[in-house]
Design a protein around this ligand. Sequence first.
Ligand code: S3P
Length: 443
Amino acid sequence: MSSHAEPQPMTARKSGPLTGVAEIPGDKSVSHRALILGALSVGRTRITGLLEGQDVLDTAKAMQAFGASVNRLGDGEWTVDGVGVGGFAEPEGVIDCGNSGTGVRLIMGAMATTPIRATFTGDASLSRRPMGRVTDPLALFGAEFAAREGGRLPITVTGVAEPVPVRYVLPVPSAQVKSAVLLAGLNAPGQTVVVEHEPTRDHTERMLAGFGATITTAETPEGREITLTGRPELRPQDVAVPRDPSSAAFPVAAALIVPGSEIRVPGVSRNPTRDGFYRTLLEMGADIRFENEREEGGEPVADLIVRASALKGVDVPAERAPSMIDEYPILSVVAAMATGPTTMRGLKELRVKETDRIEAMAVGLRANGVEVETGDAHMIVQGTGGKVAGGATVATHLDHRIAMSFLVLGLVAESPVGIDDAAPIATSFPDFVPLMRRLGAAL
Ligand code: S3P
């Protein structure tokens, strides 16, 4: 969608202490999956706390196009009347997944083992991203693909009538690829197995179990092996979506680096496959308290109390990358304000996100007076000990997380920091700007 919107330039200025309560929207990963599994169940799934960002709205529209009935009852409150596993109808139009890699990859998986044809498209950013990582394993089930050169969108998928189950060892640590294979495995007879060397976010596994599928996870010498029994009848569920730790990362980071701040962030997911950023912040010396730890919607959640802190640079190990893959842009902003260097390794996947995030962060940070070293899969940010010059405008390349990261940097830089386009923020965190202003941010 952002490809059609007018660019919205925005500037962030040095701000006084941030205070108050930050109500974070629903988790993006869980929201996509709730809509897709609801559509693959027989009967009515009720969702509360759904993220109403453009990425998720595009998935809701897609589920409607495949024959499910998707309805919004109120703020974050939705119902999905599903068509059952194997029940997708052939969509009449093209499926536009906008900016969302998760949306397009999961939906391709969900339809690949049903004998229908669908064409997928997306915005300029999504059309540059690699899709071979999902079409390769989905072809093993028997699905066929016609893609643009390099396996890029638009792609037409011809689903297979008599799929065979698959055993697939993930060549890249990607929850999207894992999930695409598992969703395809739903309509294949027998057992579909996915093996991952590094654990990635496990929302699909948790939610499949919640919807009544037989799915097991075992730690083996080869890695984490997930086995799904095909052709279950999925039972509709009430899904309470936890708040997104990846979105919470932005106000949390801002409160840590803007002197005198103290904010409360209620109900954030503490799923251990998503908490690498928070573990890293604690190592840097962050004052974060986790209160009222509980379970909501099958996920552990807690309230966060965050106070401005003097932070020191750290080494972030490569093994931690899958549990904080979306948080490196904002971590590099926090690192710029810390004392000493922060080294981040295992970042290869950042090259194929909404934009090349190593490049986008390095260019933007350098323009604002921060020293950054980069390599194919690593980045070293030299902390300034709290004095970032600022003064430059940064290109966000249709990437919501680059946009939010540089707006946070502007809250502490000596001179204002600009971004060329704030519109992409609506893909994941539509309320970001008003929420930050309520806390006291000068945006
Ligand atoms: C996601 C997985 C990650 C992440 C993305 C959401 C998901 O992508 O970056 O924002 O919901 O499965 P990869 O699977 O490509 O690492």
